[in-house]
Design a protein around this ligand. Structure first.
Ligand SMILES: Cc1cc2nc3c(=O)[nH]c(=O)nc-3n(C[C@H](O)[C@H](O)[C@H](O)COP(=O)(O)O)c2cc1C
Length: 196
C-alpha cells in the first residue's frame, strides 16, 4: 500500500517549490532529461493517449532559434536557463491508440470526430506538463513555466511539418534562490472549493 509522503517530500514538491526566474550555472545532462520523461510518462491521460510532446531546447543554437518567439519579459531568462522545454501536442496522437489502448473504438472515435482531437490533446497534454513539473521537483530540479511566447513562431521554427504544435514553455534547472521575489498568496479552500 502506498504510504503518505513525509513533510520534507511535500515541501519539496509543493509547499516550498517555487517558479524560478533564474538558475545556477549547472548543466542538465541527457540522462536527467530522460529520467524526467521516465517519471512523467506514468501520469494518467485520457484513453492513455499520451498526446504531450516535449522539445528540449538546450544548445546555444537551438536557444537562438527559440529567442524570436519569446516575449520580451521571458527572453533573457530563457536564453540564460540551462534547459527549456517546449510542451507541444501531437495532432496525430490517435495513431498510437492502437498500441496504447486496448479497445479499437478509441481511435475510431477520433477518426469519426476530428474536432475532439485538439481539446483532448490540450487537456491531457497540460496534465502531462504538470506531471513534468512535479517530476522535476522530485528530482531536485526547479521549473519556470511560461505562456508569454508566440506559438506560431515556435511551430514554424521547430515543427514545420505541422504535426506537433506548441502549447507552452518551461525553463528547467537548479533554481537560484537569490533571484526569487516574495511568493504570491494562494486562494483559500472556501474560495475555490465546495464539498457537496
Ligand atoms: C501556464 C503558465 C504560464 C506562465 N507564464 C509566465 C510567463 O510568461 N512569464 C513569467 O514570468 N511567468 C509565467 N508564469 C509563472 C507564474 O506567474 C508563477 O508560476 C506563479 O505566479 C506562481 O509562482 P510560485 O510558484 O513562485 O509561487 C506562468 C506559469 C504558468 C503555470
Amino acid at each position: 500500500m502506498p504510504e503518505r509522503l513525509d513533510d520534507r517530500a511535500l515541501d519539496q514538491l509543493f509547499r516550498q517549490a517555487r517558479t524560478y526566474p533564474a538558475f545556477l550555472p549547472r548543466a542538465i545532462d541527457d540522462a536527467t532529461i530522460r529520467e524526467l520523461y521516465e517519471l512523467l510518462k506514468w501520469g494518467p491521460t485520457a484513453f492513455n493517449a499520451q498526446p504531450g510532446r516535449y522539445l528540449f531546447v538546450r544548445s546555444r543554437e537551438a536557444k537562438e532559434k527559440l529567442a524570436p518567439a519569446l516575449s520580451s519579459g521571458n527572453r533573457d531568462k530563457t536564453l540564460a536557463a540551462p534547459l527549456t522545454v517546449v510542451f507541444a501536442w501531437d495532432t496525430q496522437f490517435p495513431e498510437h491508440l492502437t498500441t496504447q489502448w486496448d479497445k479499437p473504438s478509441a481511435k475510431a472515435l477520433f477518426d469519426d470526430t476530428p474536432a475532439l482531437v485538439e481539446p483532448t490533446a490540450l487537456r491531457s497534454g497540460n496534465l502531462q506538463a504538470a506531471y513534468l513539473i512535479v517530476a522535476a521537483r522530485a528530482l531536485g530540479l526547479d521549473v519556470g513555466p511560461m505562456s508569454g511566447f508566440k506559438p506560431d513562431v515556435v511551430n514554424e521554427a521547430f515543427f514545420p511539418e505541422g504535426r506537433w504544435k506548441a502549447n507552452f514553455l518551461a525553463n528547467i534547472g537548479y533554481g537560484d534562490p537569490s533571484k526569487l521575489a516574495p511568493r504570491g498568496p494562494r486562494l483559500g479552500f472556501d474560495e475555490v472549493a465546495r464539498i457537496v
